[in-house]
Design a protein around this ligand. Structure first.
Ligand code: CP
Ligand code: NVA
Length: 306
């Protein structure tokens, strides 16, 4: 069973193959109407169930369009509409859905629920974001960087702000693709140390800073994300504590001259990034959003082994 739960669990060669497939399939359908099915309809007759416990624009739309382009179909369920939202166990949900659909994508409040779902399901489970990680996002981000001609091996990627779920998946990816991470966070917002140590044990180069400028110095890529993630309840404190880590033109100026800016979106201009940066020439955020579609199609094909 090939679940797509965390990048640290998947061999580097398989992640490389997923990225190569995403790029090839994107190129092959360049200029096509978005609803046209890919050659050979690789996931014809397959159904993906999507469960959302949290909001989504990109993940929901890109998985839905991705399945259509692969020749398959989807069903979208919010946890509140399911018995899951009334206390039915994750395990029973996994047993039941496995009898109806070919794969399950879930965006969950709790990472452990996704692990429990995968442990019981007899169909592949894809992590569409949890409190702990967001692996699909990082595959799209890496595709975006390679499209710009960046060699990931030896690249320096700076993460600035909250050491959150998206940051954790970047850390997981570092040893798999050979880039280094320079992470700048204030006290209390550090990247998860278990992920950092695991990446370091796999020869990942992860540097931790408490100053944004130190993290960004010499970086090829600068990455920001919201200071208030879904589920965070202390928004006012977070915005105050993280304010010095906003990515502005001055901070971007400390990166390499050719550095690019990434943000998984949704963005909050004037909080984690200025409008001048996210809407400026170094920003790749809409390529990133588009590549969610292409990367996830490759992930779906990998899970369903077509
Ligand atoms: N980046 C991302 O996952 O966006 P959504 O929350 O809109 O799915
Ligand atoms: N860190 C953000 C990412 C949103 C795509 C969150 O979890 O809300």
């Amino acid at each position: 069973m090939k679940h797509f739960l965390d990048l640290c669990d998947i061999p580097a060669s398989e992640l490389r193959a997923i990225l190569d497939d995403a790029k090839a399939t994107k190129a092959a359908r360049k200029g096509w109407p978005k609803g046209k099915v890919d050659a050979g309809a690789p996931l014809a007759d397959h159904v993906l169930a999507m469960i959302f416990e949290k909001s989504s624009t990109r993940t929901r739309t890109s998985f839905d369009m991705g399945m259509r382009q692969l020749g398959g179909t989807t069903m979208v369920m919010t946890a509140g509409d399911m018995q899951l939202g009334r206390g039915e166990t994750v395990e029973d949900t996994a047993h039941v859905l496995s009898r109806y659909v070919d794969a399950i994508m879930i965006r969950a409040n709790s990472h452990s629920d996704v692990e429990a779902l995968a442990a019981t399901a007899t169909v592949p489970v894809i992590n569409g974001l949890t409190d702990k990680s967001h692996p699909c996002q990082i595959m799209a981000d890496l595709q975006t960087l390679e499209e710009q001609g960046l060699d990931l091996k030896g690249a320096r990627i700076a993460w600035v702000g909250d050491g959150n779920n998206v940051c954790a998946s970047f850390i997981d990816a570092a040893p798999k693709f050979g880039f280094s991470m320079a992470i700048g966070t204030p006290d209390g917002y550090e990247a998860p140390i278990d992920r950092v140590e695991q990446a370091r044990e796999s020869q990942g180069r992860i540097e931790l800073y408490t100053d944004a400028a130190d993290a960004v110095a010499g970086a090829d890529v600068v990455v920001a994300d919201t200071f208030v993630s879904m589920g965070d309840t202390d928004a006012e404190k977070r915005l105050a504590d993280l304010a010095p880590f906003m990515v502005d033109d001055n901070l971007m100026g400390k990166a390499n001259g050719s550095a690019v800016f990434l943000h998984c979106l949704p963005a909050h201009r004037g909080e984690e990034v200025t409008a001048s940066v996210i809407d400026g020439p170094q920003s790749l955020v809409f390529d990133e959003a588009e590549n969610r579609l292409h990367a996830q199609k490759a992930i779906l094909k990998w899970c369903l082994a077509t």
